[in-house]
Design a binder for this molecule. Structure first.
Ligand code: PEP
Ligand code: MG
Length: 568
């Protein structure tokens, strides 16, 4: 049995689909048969080109010509005379094995592209990495899996899934998801929760312990993976799954109920959303609007910067789908764990403390302005709240606001209607929580991003699984920052939402509402559990629980206290 961190609840029994990373196993062993190595190279080139042509044909309907031309560019790179010549030279003159020779030549070009101060060439470095990965996978006969094409039930096992790959997960066939790297607040975890796929991350040496097609049981509640389980384990889990299913059934009575306490105090319960593709799924939860639309995936999924029209289409669809409710759309929060392939992000020692969120938008003002223009114009279909990520000073908010107003004025000058909208910020740095009173004088709303607030308060990299035991959203230090933010906001009639993963945890939702948070924005799959938990207590009880939690001195005591008070 292997253990990791449970990040998305539920159970699955299915065959393992192992996704290996070709770049991991490249040895520098020398070869003796040069001809054989050169033939292998010809084969790998041919195979890569065939794959790229097939991909181009598959995506012909989905992508525009500009994007499709990228497949041509990858074909040209695979076959580039100069590159091919250099690889062959290393094989012939130095007896390097093929995978090693390809890696060395590719690294040389990538370093060269990165040195030149030209955005186009820097973007080519990213393409070359992709081309190299494909070639080496073909040399080493490692299957390149197209996630969108999986058509039988599997538990996906990987080293790490990128957010772009995560968007391709299809819950009809991907029954579970397990990885070596990742944390509860990584974007892959957020997507697994959104799609209701049981997931366990941070399983040490996972890929070493499993084989393709092994039967496995995944326990997304306790964070366990059983490989080739015994009959006894299978029988036990059959019972566990049945009672889990039965519990899910009992929660269905909350489907059309609001989030309300025992004494009928209601609170808006909103959805966290990452893609317009999830709209249908989200609608079935009858939530009260969108509290956080993360726009990153829209940018990550494209092979080039999404245009004004492409963005407008997505924002329009979301705003119109919730036309009688508020929709909070967050401006691009790129950087950190979410680099864009077509932008050259500077190499930073600490990306989480680097040019991410609003800092990226100020550095790439053209991208920011296009996004704001698309948001303001699409607002004619709904009720837009624009939210800025990673704000740490008042000046940053005022600068972002002035850019929005500048775009608004230029639209009005061109006789384009701009409907009223609200402007707010994520509270995800300690400085913004500490300055909440000043922010509340200039912002229309706050949304507390506890995923980052915890990271920056405890100086714990949220993606570093070795530190996951130190990542403590229910620690009184965090509760105090939340209380401070709520009190300051309410002095100025500013509403406060929480949209970090903490809001999707039933136990924590009790505390958040007790601290005075006005609304919760959650992974929709948690909504029934939260409604059930909150409905068992009066608002007065929630406040008492929260007040007492503030006086404790560690997360463990807070958790035990909530457990005793709520029987949860
Ligand atoms: C957060 O930080 O809590 C948040 C919601 O933003 P993200 O997880 O996208 O960084
Ligand atoms: Mg954040």
């Amino acid at each position: 049995m292997l253990e990791g961190m449970p990040v998305s609840a539920g159970y699955a029994t299915a065959k393992i689909l192992k996704m290996d990373d070709a770049t991991l196993h490249i040895s520098n062993a020398l070869i003796t048969d040069v001809d054989q190595e050169l033939n292998k190279y010809e084969d790998a080139i041919r195979k890569s080109i065939n794959q790229l042509e097939t991909l181009k044909a598959t995506y012909a309907k989905k992508f525009n010509d500009d994007m499709l031309s990228l497949f041509d560019a990858h074909i040209a790179m695979t076959n580039d005379i100069e590159v091919v010549g250099k690889v062959k030279e290393l094989i012939i003159k130095k007896s390097y094995n093929l995978a090693y020779a390809i890696t060395l030549v590719s690294e040389e070009y990538i370093a060269m592209f990165n040195q030149i101060d030209d955005e186009y060439l820097k973007a080519r470095a990213v393409d070359l990495k992709d081309v190299t990965h494909r070639l080496i996978s073909n040399v080493l006969h490692i299957k390149i899996i197209d996630l969108a094409k999986i058509n039988e039930p599997v538990i996906l096992a990987t080293k790490e899934l990128t957010p772009t790959q995560a968007t391709q997960l299809n819950p009809t066939y991907i029954k579970g998801f397990v990885s070596e790297v990742g944390s509860n607040t990584s974007h892959s975890a957020i997507i697994a929760k959104l799609l209701n796929i049981p997931a366990v991350f941070g399983v040490k040496d996972l890929l070493k312990h499993i084989n393709q097609d092994d039967l496995a049981i995944l326990d997304g509640i306790k964070g366990k993976l059983y490989i080739n389980p015994t009959k006894k384990q299978l029988d036990t889990y059959k019972d566990v799954m049945q009672s889990y299913q039965a519990h899910q059934e009992t929660l269905k009575i909350y489907e059309h109920m609001p989030l309300q306490t025992k004494d009928k105090q209601t609170f808006p319960l909103l959805a966290n959303l990452s893609s317009d593709r999830d709209l249908e799924y989200i609608k079935s939860f009858a939530l009260d609007g969108v509290g956080l639309f993360r726009t990153e995936l829209l940018f990550l999924e494209h092979l080039q910067m999404p245009t004004y029209d492409e963005q407008y289409k997505v924002y329009h669809q979301i705003l119109e789908s919730f036309k009688d409710q508020d929709v909070t759309i967050r401006t691009l929060d790129i950087g950190g764990d979410k680099p864009l392939s077509y932008v050259n992000h500077p190499k930073e020692e600490n990306p989480a403390l680097g040019q991410r969120g609003i800092r990226f938008s100020f550095l790439h003002q053209d991208i920011f302005e296009t996004q704001i223009k698309a948001l303001l114009t699409a607002n004619k279909y709904g009720n837009l709240k624009i939210m800025f990520p990673m704000i740490s000073t008042i000046d940053e908010f005022l600068k972002a606001k002035s850019i929005v107003e500048f775009i608004e004025q230029s639209l009005i000058k061109n006789k384009i209607e701009v409907k009223p909208y609200q402007l707010g910020i994520m509270i995800e740095t300690p400085s913004s929580a500490l300055m909440a009173n000043e922010f509340a004088k200039v912002c229309d709303f706050f949304s507390i991003g506890t995923n980052d607030l915890v990271q920056y308060t405890f100086a714990i990299d949220r993606l570093n699984q070795n530190l996951s035991s130190l990542y403590k959203p229910l620690h009184p230090a965090i509760l105090k920052l939340i209380k401070m933010t709520v009190d300051a906001a309410h002095k100025h009639q500013v509403t406060v939402s929480v949209c970090g993963e903490m809001a999707s945890d039933a136990c924590s939702s009790i505390i958040l509402l007790g601290l005075g948070v006005d609304q919760l924005s959650i992974s929709p799959s948690s909504s029934l559990e939260i409604k059930s938990c909150v409905s068992k207590h009066t608002l007065k009880q929630l406040k008492e629980i929260a007040q007492h939690a503030l006086s404790l001195d560690n997360q463990e005591s807070v958790k035990t206290y909530i457990k005793n008070k709520t029987n949860f």
